[in-house]
Design a protein around this ligand. Structure first.
Ligand code: GDP
Length: 290
């Protein structure tokens, strides 16, 4: 991470320390306060921010910078390392045959992300198929069909069927020529028992290699309950953060990652099928601190 990538106020604070080979406790306090401010305004959970700040403070005071390293760069590297330790590298997704299950509340961006991920896998030379099991939201079938057409990937859904579990079963059969199966599920406005029951049953049928929780970047503190519930029911291996093209910085996703002991898989950056990026920590951390 380089200084230029940071938000102006944190950069300003760090810039004041230019040329110093040792930092005082006050210097470190000032930096940590600035980092706290950035992270809290990016919707990172308060207790996570406190834990991070304590680690950064402790390490900055106790550890010796390697010879010749300016104190400012040393602190910056600690900040970066601590954030990486929390966020982790991107969720492992081998470029081979696999089944991915998407979970999340309605409107989080599941259907869009399913098509985007399929497009992404197709650019890696694989043959993906999207299976749309959302019988709850009107329009989900048409939306998935249209987006998968634009992505030029296989698609299965049945607008007349009522049982999502049966659609999932049939979908796997009908798309057996594909090697990556991405199963989209229904969401609700809030977590409800029937939603959890349904996704558990779908999970039982599709036996996913990876289950991803799709979260809107603006989720904020609500991420914890969702992450916990979905993790308990199907086991969450990774998170997809959508709508990062907006102003929200996606700090709530860190709560989900921490809660589920998982990592971030993809970032959604727009409404088109190509608007997807594989997560990488550097850019995301700069954005959080920006
Ligand atoms: P679902 O109910 O979870 O399947 O959510 P949808 O995939 O239908 O997405 C809900 C809305 O968010 C739609 O209007 C999408 O176009 C929009 N959306 C999804 N992902 C993104 C994104 O990364 N950026 C933006 N700007 N909009 C998105």
């Amino acid at each position: 991470m380089v200084l230029d990538d940071l938000g102006s106020s944190l950069r300003g604070t760090l810039d004041k320390l230019r040329g110093k080979s040792r930092l005082s406790e006050e210097d470190i306090e000032e930096i940590v306060k600035e980092i706290q401010r950035s992270l809290l305004s990016a919707d990172v959970d308060v207790s996570l921010v406190m834990e991070l700040s304590d680690n950064i403070k402790e390490r900055s005071l106790e550890e010796e910078p390697p010879a010749g390293t300016p104190a400012r760069d040393f602190v910056l590297s600690i900040v970066y390392e601590e954030l990486v330790a929390l966020i982790g590298e991107s969720t492992e997704l081998p470029l081979e045959e696999q089944t991915i299950l998407l979970a999340g509340l309605q409107g989080s961006g599941k259907t869009t992300s399913a098509a985007k991920m399929a497009w992404w896998f197709s650019t890696k030379g694989l043959r993906p198929a999207v299976i749309q099991t959302d019988t709850f939201r009107p329009g989900a079938y048409d939306q998935a069909k249209e987006m998968t057409q634009r992505a030029e990937v296989d698609f299965y859904g049945n607008p007349d069927a009522e049982d999502p579990v049966e659609i999932a079963r049939k979908g796997l059969e009908e798309t057996s020529e594909a090697d990556v199966h991405i199963v989209d599920t229904a969401g609700r406005h809030a977590l409800e028992d029937d939603l959890i029951d349904e996704i558990e049953q779908i999970e039982g049928v599709v036996e996913p290699d990876t289950s991803l929780l799709v979260l809107d970047a603006a989720i904020g503190q609500g991420a914890k309950d969702q992450a916990q519930q979905f993790d308990e029911s199907i086991g969450i291996d990774g998170v997809v953060i959508t709508k990062l093209d907006g102003t929200a910085k996606g700090g709530g996703a860190l709560t989900a990652v921490d809660q589920t002991d998982s990592s971030i898989a993809f970032l959604g950056t727009g409404e088109e099928v190509q608007d997807i990026e594989r997560f990488e920590p550097d850019g995301f951390i700069s954005r959080l601190l920006g």
